[in-house]
Design a protein. Structure first.
Length: 377
């Protein structure tokens, strides 16, 4: 390879020096530029290096240096930097017709005996249906990725009924309440509840250590259930959590009494909550004397989210934060749940954390137009 002598002009050296010192280039291109600069025997290079030194400093093989020098002499600077152009043209295996079949198939129901489509199942199916003679699951993956389709994933969501006047009426009522400015005499609060399973460890977990993750045994023991009541005031960033053994009408009534005590200076408390059978004024009369039940009821204005519309309740967002930050672990007794949730409540209240609610009635009438009844002219 000694017959291949690299001689760079001043302009070529300047170009290669800029390439290696700044800009965004792939590592191979920069490496090829360094080889050419060090092999240069032109008049503008005063520090010419031999192949052995270049190989040792750049930690590359002698054959690599010889290939770059050969490409420069025979095909020029551009080929030496970027490599040889490939003349082979690969035929596309997936044309528009097959791509359409794949997309339609992946959006259909899987065959009997399968819960979902997999890449290999899709590949076998298009061959069986005669759309193509053979295809790999990797080709199927690239085709689905191009069309942003993931048939193996599924999200659970509450789907409201279409053209439902009751749903949109309750939804717009809730959204109007969220638009109200802050009024300490008439605060807006959101309330929700969620069950929590008490789970204990059967073996002592192994804590994490440098280079090792914590390990928990997959086996666990059930220790019963408890219920989480949560009420939040979106405009002030305050919330209160109560842990009860059950979620009966009595538990809900006592939680409302605590909300009323916390808002003792308020004339009327607007409370947004889900439309459950326990969230009714009659529950107050089953727990308290009529006079007290009526007095407590008069403190509240109940606003219900529509059926299949619990996502309109900001307290549900707070419950998700509570679960993710505090309760997403195994806890085996209700007292520990109370202790942990109280600590979380104090921490989040001190941060004055608020929900940044931006969904309005105007947005609903555009994005959820299918839920509104169609009225003729």
């Amino acid at each position: 390879m000694n017959r291949y002598t690299v001689t760079l002009t001043k302009e070529e050296r300047d170009t290669l020096c800029k390439l290696t010192s700044k800009g965004k280039h792939n590592s191979q291109k920069i490496l090829n530029a360094l080889i050419l600069l060090n092999c240069d025997k032109g008049e503008w290079n005063v520090n010419h290096s031999i192949n052995e030194d270049i190989s040792r400093v750049l930690n590359i093989s002698m054959r690599k240096i010889d290939r770059v020098k050969k490409r420069f002499v025979e095909e020029g600077l551009d080929i030496a930097l970027n490599g040889e152009t490939r003349d082979r043209i690969y035929a596309k295996k997936v044309d528009g017709d097959l791509e359409a079949h794949l997309v339609a198939l992946s959006c259909s129901e899987p065959p009997e005996g399968f819960a979902r489509w997999s890449l290999r199942l899709l590949a076998d199916q298009v061959v069986e249906l005669g759309y193509i003679e053979n295809i790999s699951h990797e080709t199927v993956r690239r085709t689905l990725k191009k069309n942003e389709i993931k048939p193996w994933q599924r999200k659970e969501w509450v789907i409201p009924p279409e053209q439902n006047s009751s749903f949109v009426a309750n939804m717009e009522m809730v959204l109007d309440v969220y638009k109200r400015p802050f009024d300490p005499r008439n605060p807006v609060m959101c309330m929700d509840e969620s069950p929590k399973q008490l789970i204990g460890e059967t073996r002592t977990p192994v804590p994490c250590s440098p280079g090792k993750t914590a390990r928990y045994d997959y086996e666990y023991k059930r220790c019963g259930m408890c219920n989480i009541f949560l009420a939040c005031e979106p405009l002030t960033g305050k919330r209160m959590v109560k842990i009860t053994e059950r979620k009966t009408k009595r538990d809900w009534a006592y939680f409302l009494e605590e909300i009323a005590l916390q808002q003792e200076n308020a004339d009327k408390i607007t409370l947004i909550m889900d439309n459950l059978n326990t969230h009714v004024p009659g529950s107050l009369y089953e727990v308290f004397q009529p006079a007290k039940a009526k007095a407590l009821w008069d403190r509240f204005e109940f606003v219900y989210t529509p059926k299949h519309g619990s996502w309109l309740n900001m307290a549900e967002i707070e419950l998700n934060v509570l679960t993710g930050q505090c309760l997403k672990r195994r806890i085996d007794n209700i007292e520990l749940v109370r202790k942990e949730t109280l600590a979380w409540q104090k921490f989040r209240n001190n941060k004055n954390a608020k929900v940044n609610w931006q969904f309005t009635t105007e947005d609903a009438r555009i994005k959820l137009a299918r839920l509104y009844p169609t009225i003729g002219d």
